[in-house]
Design a protein around this ligand. Structure first.
Ligand SMILES: Cc1cc2nc3c(=O)[nH]c(=O)nc-3n(C[C@H](O)[C@H](O)[C@H](O)COP(=O)(O)OP(=O)(O)OC[C@H]3O[C@@H](n4cnc5c(N)ncnc54)[C@H](O)[C@@H]3O)c2cc1C
Length: 453
């Protein structure tokens, strides 16, 4: 056993783990970072085994509002960069702040256990190390959720996680089950390449095009004056009606919820393919009958490949369930990050919001770093935050009644979350993120690179 009780353990070197590393480094907090893959980038690296990424994937949120704090994506990037650009950008982030040197690649964390006031972290090389804190940043899209349907099917059944490129659809009749953002993308690939493409949906969706009046839809939201929901919703609904018309014309069920009450489906290609009959909407799957899939309306189709785009179960398999108070498949974490029952056990990246995530990762990892810093250097402030962790139950819905589904259990409105984080900082006495605050980390990384070369 190697004793290192003064250090912090960061698990994962995807965007959330890298954000955490930068925040810890800025405050001079010693840490070790473990990444089971051979490089940084998380799901954006198509070579990372088990990634849900596919070749046609683009960012769903747009470039200007989606980068890490104070590290904008290159101006040469399009409004919605593809997965290769996001990976290159994430690698550039790791390099700019000199984060790679601290990462142990090819090393998985296999178990985390309480050890007195500290945490024992077991690695897949069989060693165990003791840390003062553990930050889990291993993502939420690694454990496919696959529904079971009755009957026997003679075609192929796969989860969307295994899908990589549209050539897989050539010469086949394909059914995509589920119409989240990935399902919609993949249905569009099938529309182009498959012999016949179907998408099975249980409910109707509000489809928001990626550009509204020539501006990326989410930038529109960030740039314009912040209107109350009672104005934004009818305005946006009217705009969508003008631009798209009634989507039930193309077979999509009428949504049973208001706009913004569920995770937005941002896609500009799907409506085009529906309008051109390249993809056909079917209702929920009732079961299988040999080579045919039977739907709840009694119709059936001969299908060669069923691809379940039915989402992912959240899991942090290396932390015994008792440490995170799981509810409806989500860990209960204060401000999406802080275990209420176990001091110095954190999660960064365990949030679902109606917006881009990276800057939020930075806001949250900064709080984690400040809290750890103040435990040693300003215990009064750390104690004030302990009080909030124990008792503060903020409403992060922003007044929106989200659809009651597992996905929306821990769902947050991004504006409400940002506002809450600001209030919390004010109460504890922590300043907000400021441009330039990471310049020192960057300069030190540049000096290190110069010395090495
Ligand atoms: C198709 C698609 C499009 C998306 N588009 C957007 C978008 O437009 N905007 C946006 O903000 N977000 C988007 N997302 C969300 C996406 O999840 C985030 O962009 C981001 O990748 C999450 O980062 P993360 O670090 O939390 O997790 P991940 O990217 O999953 O990284 C986790 C890392 O942890 C490692 N790891 C796992 N287990 C262990 C272990 N036991 N030990 C050591 N290492 C481990 C993994 O190898 C991985 O490198 C999209 C997601 C998908 C699937």
């Amino acid at each position: 056993m190697t004793e290192a009780p003064d250090r912090v353990c960061v698990v994962g070197a995807g965007p959330a783990g890298l954000s955490t590393a930068r925040a810890l480094k800025r405050l001079g907090i010693a840490y070790d970072q473990y990444e089971r893959h051979t490089d940084v980038g998380g799901i954006w690296d198509l070579d990372n085994p088990g990634t849900p990424m596919y070749e046609s994937a683009h960012f769903i949120s747009s470039r200007r509002v989606s980068g890490f704090f104070d590290f904008p994506m290159p101006g040469t990037y399009p409004d919605y960069p593809d997965n290769r650009r996001i990976l290159a950008y994430t690698k550039a982030f790791a390099d700019a702040y000199g984060l790679r040197g601290t990462i142990r690649f090819g090393t998985a964390v296999t178990r985390v256990e309480r050890d007195g006031d500290a945490w024992a972290v077991e690695l897949d090389d069989g060693t165990t190390h003791t840390y003062r804190a553990v930050v889990c940043a291993t993502g939420v899209t690694w454990h496919p959720r696959v529904p079971r349907h009755p009957g026997t099917f003679t075609g192929a059944i796969r989860h969307a996680r295994t899908y990589r490129r549209l050539e897989e659809f050539r010469g086949r009749r394909v059914l995509i089950v589920g119409l989240g953002n990935s399902g919609a993308d993949i249905a569009c690939d099938a529309a182009v390449a498959a012999d016949a493409a179907f998408v099975s949906v249980r409910r109707g969706y509000h489809v928001i095009p990626k550009h509204v009046l020539g501006v990326p839809a989410d930038e529109f939201d960030h740039r314009g004056p912040r209107l109350p929901l009672c104005l934004t919703r009818p305005l946006m609904s009217a705009l969508l009606r003008v631009v798209q018309g009634d989507l039930t014309r193309y077979g999509l069920p009428r949504p049973d919820h208001k706009l913004f009450e569920s995770h937005p489906l941002l896609n500009s290609r799907l409506v085009h393919h529906l309008q051109h009959g390249d993809v056909t909407v079917k209702p929920d799957v009732a079961g299988f009958d040999g080579a045919r899939v039977v739907f709840t309306d009694g119709t059936s189709e001969r299908i060669d490949l069923v691809l379940y785009a039915t989402g992912y179960d959240w899991a942090i398999p290396y932390v015994p369930e008792r440490y995170f108070a799981w509810r409806d498949g989500r860990p209960e974490l204060y401000l999406t990050a802080f275990s209420r029952a176990h001091r110095n056990l954190f999660g960064v990246g365990y949030l679902e919001v109606n917006s881009s995530a990276y800057t939020l990762f930075d806001h949250i990892s900064d709080l984690v770093a400040r809290y750890l810093h103040d435990q040693r250097h300003a215990p009064g402030r750390a104690a004030a935050f302990d009080g909030l962790i124990a008792r503060h139950v903020p409403d992060l819905s922003g007044g929106t009644r989200f659809v009651p589904s597992a996905r929306h259990t821990a769902y947050a409105d991004a504006h409400a979350l940002r506002h809450c984080l600001t209030r919390v900082r004010e109460r504890v006495g922590w300043p907000g993120l400021e441009p330039g605050m990471f310049d020192g980390v960057r300069a030190a990384a540049a000096r290190d690179t110069e010395v090495r070369s």
